[in-house]
Write a protein that binds this ligand. Structure first.
Ligand code: ADP
Ligand code: MG
Length: 541
């Protein structure tokens, strides 16, 4: 064991990656192995990237579910099988570079499930219904939203436009007080704190529920083919698709109008088509009587109107429905979360038309605003959670938060700017945007903040502690490329659904999970960008 420890320690020195062959709960376990102790002895305040807190003396690597590297002959056999499984079960996407509506390729995936500590997985699953309720209450607290966003909307045009829609609808009189939440809370397991920490709460266009469930099935198949059935008990069931569609069906039932359709608001071109279409098919499977139609904001502008009693009517081809015009009573936004999706004023008008209507929206405009990064930073202020949750719930939820800091023009904001400029590696700088690729990291934080530190422009951003997930290895499988063994980190997404109005919550549920894994060397790992890929959870104790 000691020899093994010294190998691991020297490897750590060489590669700057703390490596252990078993997960060690170093800070909590009284029974440290010699390996763990040896690593603890060598990892000090300058551990690895040199940007950890002084007390960060812990291993940063999780053991893979099988010993890696896999022998070549096994890889040659299993990778094509896994690709076929993914393709034949629809874990696919459309080509981004050369779009062709008639062609799919499998979405990038990891060959085997990646480790996530069972205790933390179960914790965030249990907390999801409480987080749903928290977001619901925040979305219905006008004063909280106003004070959280008042500075942001002066400098961030996109958030201001959403805010204008919200206030217009409020002033005119809200036609539909029921909202449907289909949220996804994202977490990294944090090495320094040894708990799951929240990256963000998505209230709009929470995606990958369908593909996540497909990849879980693929990993079950792969482990079976590798003759490792004993590992299957580590893979949690994943019913994300059924859970999310169940949420939409409950919203539809809240109206119970047999003519009504569910409207998916989609991009002009949808690359993540399998994920979206499987939601449609699952709704049909659960309820053959419900129709789903898909329209972009541009099409809603052309084909949608409100009746005098604020029903949203969309012109439909008779082939799609028996009805030439469909009242849409449930609207799911899979687009509309970024400025580029509003090409002209017509798309903003279309959004306003939908928000004015009686349709139950997911998200409603107030849910959309509650999901902004600025609101999330304000929620994390001391004492805020207790306004919305019981003391014990507030305590549990607060443990999920890492440091979030305002960059408002105030002494508090000045202090945050200073902290980030001095130590940019410790933070992530976030503008009010969704969809990936917008955050600022490392040295660039310093550059950006030095440029805007004396301007109100900085109020469009928030600052967040950078979470340090453990590194593990896995095989990245991409179309037309050989499977490669890479070092990765995994981000867990927990889905939740909620249905209710300001006074009553009809249901608040956990609705499945997903895992996205990315190269440990990149800041963000978009699946479509090829730096991240679909994965599933391998729970370990
Ligand atoms: P978006 O709305 O664009 O998805 P996120 O806040 O989820 O914004 O950030 C995008 C990605 O950036 C995350 O998936 C994660 O990989 C990385 N990231 C965001 N916040 C942090 C953080 N605090 N620590 C480490 N990585 C982060
Ligand atoms: Mg995100």
């Amino acid at each position: 064991m000691v020899a093994e420890a010294s190998v691991a320690v020297s490897r750590h020195r060489d590669s700057c990656i703390c490596r252990a062959w078993q997960w060690q709960w170093l800070k909590r376990d009284s029974q440290h192995t010699p390996l763990a102790l040896a690593i603890m002895a060598t990892c000090g305040s300058n551990c690895c990237d040199g940007d950890f807190d002084k007390d960060d003396v812990t291993t940063r690597t999780i053991e893979s579910c099988l010993p890696f590297p896999l022998p070549d002959e096994i890889l040659e056999d299993i990778v094509p099988k896994a690709k076929d499984f993914a393709l034949l079960h629809g874990a696919g996407m459309r080509y981004k570079n050369k779009y062709d509506a008639d062609t799919l390729q499998f979405a990038p995936f990891f060959l085997l499930p990646s480790g996530f500590p069972r205790r933390e997985f179960e914790r965030v699953v249990k907390l999801q219904p409480i987080i749903n309720i928290l977001m619901h209450k925040i979305a219905h607290d006008h004063e909280f939203l106003r004070s959280a966003l008042e500075k942001t909307i002066k400098v961030d045009e996109f958030t201001r436009r959403l805010w204008d829609i919200y206030t217009t609808v409020r002033e005119e009189g809200v036609a539909q007080w029921i909202s449907l939440g289909m949220f996804r809370c994202d977490y990294f397991y944090s090495v320094p704190s040894q708990i799951a920490q929240q990256v963000e709460i998505n209230t709009v266009a929470s995606s990958f529920g369908a593909l996540a469930a497909r990849i879980s099935l693929m990993h079950r198949y792969v482990l079976g083919e590798l003759r490792k059935p004993e590992l299957l008990s580590h893979l949690p069931e994943n019913d994300a698709l059924a859970g999310l569609c169940g949420g939409m069906i409950s919203a539809w039932d809240a109206y119970g109008c047999p003519k009504a359709v569910i409207l998916f608001v989609v991009e002009d071109v949808t690359y993540n088509i399998c994920d979206q279409r499987f939601h449609e098919y699952e709704i049909r499977r659960q309820r053959p009587d419900i129709h789903v139609i898909r329209r972009s904001l541009t099409q809603i502008g052309q084909q949608g109107h409100l009746t005098s009693d604020k029903r949203l009517i969309i012109t439909c081809a008779p082939a799609v429905s028996d009805y030439e015009s469909c009242p849409a009573y449930v609207v799911l936004f899979r687009a509309g979360y970024e400025p580029g999706q509003y090409h002209t004023e017509a798309e903003w008008e279309a959004r306003l038309t939908v928000e004015r209507s009686k349709a139950i929206k997911s998200p409603s405009i107030q849910y959309h605003l509650a999901g902004t990064k600025k609101v999330q930073q304000e929620i994390a202020r001391p004492g805020i959670l207790k306004k919305f949750l019981s003391d014990s719930e507030a305590k549990l939820v607060s443990q999920l938060f890492t440091g979030l800091y305002t960059l408002d023009m105030s002494p508090e904001g000045d202090q945050a700017v200073q902290m980030a400029v001095e130590n940019p590696e410790r933070f992530v700088l976030k503008p009010q945007r969704e969809g990936g690729g917008n955050n600022v990291y490392g040295e660039e934080i310093r550059t950006v903040l030095e440029k805007i530190r004396d301007s109100k422009e900085r109020e469009a951003y928030i600052l967040m502690d950078r979470i340090r997930p453990p590194i593990q290895q896995n095989y990245l499988v991409r179309a037309h490329q050989a499977a490669t063994l890479v070092e990765v980190v995994s981000e867990l997404g927990i889905f939740g659904t909620i249905l209710g109005n300001a006074k009553d919550i009809q249901s608040s549920k956990f609705a499945g999970h997903m895992l996205r894994t990315k190269l440990s060397s990149v800041n963000e790992g978009g699946v479509a960008a090829g730096l991240g890929a679909l994965d599933s959870v391998f729970l370990f104790d």
